[in-house]
Write a protein that binds this ligand. Structure first.
Ligand SMILES: [Ca+2]
Ligand SMILES: [Ca+2]
Ligand SMILES: [Ca+2]
Length: 257
């Protein structure tokens, strides 16, 4: 289905899902975690007031096989000072039976207000005609549209494992009824800035070289609040300069004049 939706929609018979899918009890056996969620994009530099579409993908973890999915529950948490939720876009290549925001007012009430920094999104696969399939390349589950707010060195849209007393993020298996097969959960990181600046090039002389390396090293030693001048080196926008950033700095580094 294509289209833009703000509320809960149901294709087919009208149903109301007040209860979100809970974590499965796997009959005393090992709980498999075969599918992980992923944001695309996961790191964004944006201007204030910019609209960004974040695709949420379900990816099969072993990189080879596909995994059958019967339902997904996703808790999103974000900071309303920096990101405003606009709507979800039902643009999955799979035709979900239902997709959207269930009424959970009898539970944690995350969906009583979609603009307060949290909600739980749910989708259910078709009962007949085939479940959804998470592939190694990733199945687009849904797209979440946000607009950026105030300037920030970095803010997150986090997929949270749990929220409140009842709500849980889950991916239910299509092969084993009730089994939660979710793996690791992603965070999208967004820097809101009016100042385009070259990553890695802290003295802005057009080269990423030993002159910048001195600054990079100094930024790795920082403790406490992340300094504005270290923004050049925080490639993954998680408000630190560490080995993850060094990996990209190393790739970009040139000692040529
Ligand atoms: Ca809410
Ligand atoms: Ca430089
Ligand atoms: Ca970093």
């Amino acid at each position: 289905m294509n289209g833009l939706h703000r509320g809960w929609i149901s294709a087919g018979i009208g149903i109301s899902m007040a209860v979100s899918c809970g974590q499965a009890i796997a009959g005393g056996g090992l709980v498999e975690t075969n599918v992980f969620y992923e944001w695309r994009p996961s790191v964004v530099l944006a201007q204030p007031g910019e609209t960004i579409d974040f695709g949420l993908y379900a990816v099969s973890e072993d990189g080879k096989s596909t995994e059958s999915i019967s339902a997904t529950d996703v808790i999103l948490v974000w900071d309303v000072d920096f990101m405003e939720f606009i709507q979800f876009i039902d643009n999955s290549p799979y035709d979900w039976f239902t997709t959207g925001f269930p009424n959970d007012s009898a539970l944690d009430g995350l969906n009583n207000d979609l603009d307060d920094g949290d909600f739980i999104y749910s989708s259910f696969a078709q009962f007949f005609g085939g479940f959804a399939e998470a592939t190694p390349e990733g199945l687009l589950v849904v797209t979440m549209r946000y607009t950026t707010g105030s300037l920030t060195l970095g803010t997150d849209i986090e997929v949270a494992a749990t929220r409140g007393n009842f709500s849980q993020t889950a991916i239910l298996s299509g092969d084993i009824p009730g089994l939660d097969i979710k793996g690791r959960l992603p965070t999208a990181r967004i820097r809101v800035t009016t100042e385009p600046y070259p990553a890695g090039d802290s003295n802005e002389d057009g080269a990423i070289d030993l002159l910048d390396y001195g600054d990079f090293y100094a930024c790795t030693l920082v403790t406490g609040e992340f300094p504005f001048e270290c923004r050049f080196f925080d490639y993954d926008v998680d408000r630190d300069v560490d080995i993850m950033d060094y990996a990209q700095f190393q790739i970009d580094f040139s000692d040529q004049p």
